[in-house]
Design a protein around this ligand. Structure first.
Ligand code: CP
Length: 307
């Protein structure tokens, strides 16, 4: 039995196969309508979510399976003090696979150790968000035709943004990837990403404050929201929340074939005027998220591709 806790749980070859399956699903959706008949997905969400929870549910329903779960800690027995370990042992009696989001780093790992069904990390605190990364990889590969030889700008809250940490972890495995890390000093990537991931893998990167100056060299711009829920004090959040706002003036500085991604939800960091720019890919990204989650559910449940 396998879990998906971190993008590195799958080799580059396995991710390649999963993205190819997701692409086949995209182009032949009706053929997959019954491959998970009789299977159940549990969504255990201790933190708010729109995309991740509903795209998992949409994915399982599109595969012919069913879904059950809770959408907040308050509506589960966590509110009575039940541990993650006891909850996953219980859910293992009800479902064939579980997707879990939790505010504490490492929660999905703890769950996987006590689970008798595959566990998917749907976001653990400021740590990792591997299915968002699969979504990002599918988006980049579909739009550019590759996952190598490119400069990726990551902008905003690089300290608390788990999607950023997961994406860096995943992309360092492809040839000739360069990062421009655009953040205020207070929201730079954590030192373990800088030292243990970027430097340890001899990846070219630079850390800058200025988005305008970085724009012309980027092939992908990955914008992120400042993560209010992870700040210790509101004053710091208010001071930093609008540190970068992508607008059409800034887009004029970018390459014609640069794409803008964002894991969403967006707050102010991308002006809605950018939505009309053909390079704005963040809503396409949402759609790709359903196909990769369908592919992931099939892979973890060892469901065969239809003939
Ligand atoms: N991208 C993402 O994780 O969105 P949600 O928080 O809405 O699930």
């Amino acid at each position: 039995m396998r879990h998906m806790l971190n993008p590195l749980d799958f080799s580059v070859e396995e991710i390649d196969r999963l993205l190819s399956l997701a692409s086949d699903i995209e182009h032949n959706l009706p053929q997959y309508a019954h491959v998970c008949d009789g299977k159940k997905l549990a969504t255990l969400f201790y933190e708010p979510s729109t995309r991740t929870r509903l795209s998992f549910e949409s994915a399982m329903l599109s595969l012919g399976g069913s879904v059950l779960g809770f959408s907040s800690a308050d509506s589960s027995s966590a509110a009575k003090g039940e541990s993650v370990s006891d909850t996953i042992r219980t859910i293992s009696c009800y479902a064939d696979i579980a997707a879990m989001r939790h505010p504490k780093e490492g929660s999905a790992l703890v769950a996987s150790q006590m689970s008798s069904i595959p566990v998917i990390n749907a976001g653990d605190g400021g740590h990792q968000h591997p299915t968002q990364t699969l979504t990002d990889l599918m988006t980049i590969r579909s739009l550019t035709g590759r996952l190598d030889h490119m400069t990726i700008g990551l902008c905003g809250d690089l300290k608390f943004g788990r999607t950023v940490h997961s994406l860096i972890n995943a992309m360092v495995r492809y040839p000739d990837i360069r990062f421009v890390l655009i953040a205020p000093d207070e929201l730079r990537v954590p030192s373990y990403i800088r030292e243990d991931v970027l430097k340890a893998n001899h990846i070219q990167f630079k850390e800058v404050n200025n988005l305008d100056e970085a724009m012309p060299e980027l092939d992908i711009l990955y914008m992120t929201r400042v993560q209010r829920e992870r700040f210790f004090n509101e004053e710091d959040y208010i001071r930093l929340k609008d540190c970068y706002i992508l607008d059409q003036k800034k887009m004029k500085l970018a390459k014609e074939n640069m794409y803008v991604l964002h894991p969403l939800p967006r707050v102010n960091e991308i002006s809605t005027e950018v939505d009309h720019d053909p390079r704005a890919a963040y809503f396409k990204q949402v759609q790709y998220g359903v196909y990769v989650r369908m592919a992931l559910i099939m892979t973890l449940l060892e469901v065969e591709k239809p003939c």
